[in-house]
Design a protein around this ligand. Structure first.
Ligand code: 5GP
Ligand code: MG
Length: 183
């Protein structure tokens, strides 16, 4: 049972397109057209990586400029590594050209406590020194435990802790859609 639909397949496409437009707009505005930063999208596996890839395609389609794309496994940087069972390491791929002086946009499917993003910031530190780091998420479900917010949000969904957001993406699940489920 999938749960209550929050985003249909077409909502997911439209939301990704909107965030792509917002990234283009915000990065151009921030740069004041003069010294435009190199934009690098870094997805947090697994579904963040697929979302980052789709955003990269859309940004190229809308702006003519293709951002570099990478992914960052945060397993080794989690502050609860010792208290959680180990899982196989996901893929880290450093974007072409690295992240030095780039505008890095971290991309994930769901933002919850903020601990994953905090870990990703630690991981980035080992790859270089970006000019700035921003965050894009498909769903912000609240319950932050750290002073972290997203620059680009597909949809804000107030949740209880007992609920769970189910993010389906064609690349992994055969179709797109976002659902709210009771645990
Ligand atoms: P946080 O570290 O902010 O507590 O949780 C965010 C990470 O855990 C993200 O990588 C996200 O994929 C996953 N996550 C947290 N809550 C949910 C949820 O309700 N649904 C899904 N699909 N992922 C979640
Ligand atoms: Mg995740």
């Amino acid at each position: 049972e999938a749960g209550r639909e929050l985003l249909s397949a077409s909502d997911v496409s439209r939301t990704i397109a909107r965030i792509a437009h917002q990234i283009i707009e915000k990065t151009a505005l921030d740069a004041g057209a003069q010294d435009a930063p190199r934009v690098v999208l870094i997805g947090i596996p697994t579904r963040g990586t697929s979302l980052a890839a789709r955003l990269t395609d859309k940004i190229e389609e809308f702006s003519g400029v293709r951002p570099a794309l990478g992914s960052l496994d945060i397993t080794l940087y989690r502050d609860d590594l010792r208290t959680r069972p180990h899982r196989p390491l996901e893929r880290t791929s450093v974007p072409e050209g690295g992240i030095e002086d780039a505008l890095v946009v971290l991309v994930d499917d769901v933002l919850f406590s903020g601990r994953t993003v905090r870990s990703a910031l630690d991981g980035l530190r080992d790859l270089g020194r970006p000019r700035a780091v921003q965050l894009a998420v498909l769903i912000d479900r609240g319950h932050r435990e750290l002073p972290i917010r997203a620059d680009y949000v597909g949809k804000n969904v107030p949740t209880s802790r007992a609920e769970d957001i189910s993010v389906l993406l064609t690349e992994h699940d055969g179709r797109d859609g976002v659902y709210l489920r009771q645990e």
